[in-house]
Design a protein around this ligand. Structure first.
Ligand SMILES: *[C@@H]1O[C@H](CO)[C@@H](O)[C@H](O)[C@H]1NC(C)=O
Ligand SMILES: *[C@@H]1O[C@H](CO)[C@@H](O)[C@H](O)[C@H]1NC(C)=O
Ligand SMILES: *[C@@H]1O[C@H](CO)[C@@H](O)[C@H](O)[C@H]1NC(C)=O
Ligand SMILES: *[C@@H]1O[C@H](CO)[C@@H](O)[C@H](O)[C@H]1NC(C)=O
Ligand SMILES: *[C@@H]1O[C@H](CO)[C@@H](O)[C@H](O)[C@H]1NC(C)=O
Length: 476
């Protein structure tokens, strides 16, 4: 009898241990981290290993299944090392440990965190290599490892993370070649600066322009291209006042609910959706537009002729550039019914042809936590409409968005089959042409593309972007 009781007790004890360990494996992983860190401000004192789960702990966030999704311990004066156990937090999306004094290596087990969206370890004293396993993080969008003491090469595997939008490995001791393919085609030299890295060879030099010693007929031919009577340079040559263009960009201005992301990607707007705040340098934009030649649809710069191409559209914004032509529906018979159908609500019962940005913002910023797939698609459509009207195919003369593109969003699986990139580029070209008239002031079109194209293709501009530009370029 006594033996039976002791067996029972033992079983209960064992079961209890198993349950506790299973119930709190994530808590144990976090405690392993805590035990490896020095925490002079005692921020982690409420990380209590006996709690049923870690969801109430300081700067830990969980999802509805009580699984950890965020660790927010940036700027927390922590020292010590990271632990392999972090790899057990299988639902982790944000690992924010920037601006601490964390040393040692980045555990290769971080590569097991396949739901990770953001890995921010910048401004620490980490050493060792960047683990190649990070290439497994197929949802990663932000990877910032700058200002550490990392050595070795940049793993090629990182180029295969298609979602990667922001990369910063500057200010380390990395060596070897900077990859240029895959997701790395997007990144600027600034992401890699201050290492021992080899920069990729520059694009082949442009075909030689007629030299200054060339015949005057060459020059006459060129000036006939630019100096048409209605073009701005003539105003400049007559010493008229220099104009700076205005744009009326309307960014969405709030952080995107995570649940919308997969649908935005499905529809082809995943990358465009990440543009939510920016500074447009109107002086740069004006200087470029001054050089636009209507006849050839190119910028005539002192050194060469160039233009934004469809390739740039995919490179910068990843919008689809082939497929069906985007043709808006010009007259919508029952706009309210269309809105109820696709957006779940309508600004009016009467006839209308456009939506206000303010209405979209007020109605779609917050998504109820209980929203089902059908309901989630409504703010996705609103978001795309906003992106189209506010950033991508901006109409300079209006503060509203035409309803005409909304029908193309009814089936989000189909939306990607339209060539949004070509439509956008066509509008941008036509805006540049309109702007060559000296009296035009308000420019539309996707100015953010013009900006990022200029900074990407003429990377020397990036380094002087905080200085004022010299005008007018034509007088040089
Ligand atoms: C950590 O949590 C505290 C209290 O909730 C909060 O004030 C602080 O901003 C958080 N830190 C980070 C980096 O999120
Ligand atoms: C940073 O960490 C090291 C040990 O890795 C320690 O010696 C040093 O005092 C820490 N510095 C600060 C400011 O906490
Ligand atoms: C985690 O990563 C390590 C090394 O990268 C690997 O050996 C291990 O099998 C992974 N564990 C799981 C559960 O995936
Ligand atoms: C990173 O390091 C560089 C070079 O030491 C320094 O100029 C820069 O300010 C640092 N970045 C931050 C955010 O402190
Ligand atoms: C980039 O090129 C390297 C070889 O130079 C290759 O290993 C890697 O898989 C390529 N990445 C992509 C995304 O094609």
């Amino acid at each position: 009898m006594e033996r039976l009781i002791s067996v029972c007790l033992w079983l209960i004890l064992a079961l209890h241990l198993v349950l506790r360990v299973a119930g709190n494996a994530e808590g144990d992983a976090l405690n392993a981290l805590k035990n490896n860190l020095a925490d002079p401000n005692n921020l982690l004192q409420d990380w209590d290993p006996t709690d049923i789960n870690p969801c109430q702990w300081y700067n830990i966030t969980c999802n509805r299944e009580n699984s950890v999704t965020r660790i927010d311990l940036g700027n927390a004066k922590l020292s010590g090392k990271l632990v392999p156990d972090l790899g057990l937090l299988s639902n982790l999306q944000y690992l924010e440990l920037y601006s601490n004094n964390i040393s040692g290596e980045i555990p290769k087990e971080i590569g097991n965190l396949t739901n990770l969206v953001s890995l921010d370890l910048y401004l620490n004293v980490l050493t060792g290599h960047i683990p190649a396993t990070l290439g497994n993080l197929k949802k990663l969008r932000f990877l910032r490892l700058n200002n550490n003491s990392l050595t070795g090469q940049i793993p090629m595997a990182l180029t295969t993370i298609d979602t990667l939008q922001v990369l910063d490995v500057s200010n380390n001791q990395l060596e070897g070649d900077i990859p240029v393919n895959g997701s790395f085609s997007l990144f600027q030299p600034i992401s890699f600066s201050n290492n021992g890295l080899n920069y990729p060879p520059l694009a082949p030099p442009p075909p030689p322009m007629p030299s200054t010693a060339s015949t005057s007929s060459d020059l006459k031919q060129m000036s006939s291209l630019i100096n048409n009577n209605n073009h701005i340079p003539s105003t400049i040559n007559e010493m008229g006042p220099y104009r700076i263009l205005r744009g009326r960009v309307n960014s969405v201005g709030f952080l995107l609910d995570e649940r919308l992301m997969s649908y935005l990607e499905l529809a082809g707007f995943g990358s465009a959706a990440l543009i939510w705040t920016f500074d447009l340098p109107y002086d740069l934009i004006s200087a470029l537009v001054e050089q636009w030649c209507q006849k050839t649809h190119t910028f005539h710069l002192p050194c060469r002729e160039c233009t934004i191409t469809l390739e740039d559209v995919t490179l910068q914004l990843r919008l689809p550039i082939d497929g069906n032509a985007v043709t808006g529906v010009s007259s919508i018979f029952r706009p309210a019914a269309l809105c109820y159908d696709l957006l779940g609500r309508s600004p009016s019962e009467e006839k209308f042809t456009s939506l206000r940005f303010s209405w979209l913002k007020a109605n779609f910023e917050y998504l109820p936590s209980t929203a089902n797939e059908w309901v989630v698609m409504q703010p996705v459509r609103a978001y795309i409409v906003h992106l189209i009207g506010g950033l991508l195919m901006l109409d300079a003369n209006d503060n509203t968005i035409y309803l005409m593109y909304l029908p193309l969003l009814s089936n989000l699986h189909n939306t990607r089959s339209y060539s949004w990139g070509s439509a956008m580029l066509a509008i941008l070209y036509s805006e540049f042409c309109r702007m060559t008239y000296p009296s035009s002031m308000d420019i539309g079109g996707c100015l953010i593309l013009l900006q990022s194209w200029a900074l990407y293709r003429m990377s020397f501009l990036a380094s002087i972007s905080h200085q004022s530009y010299v005008f007018p370029l034509v007088n040089r």
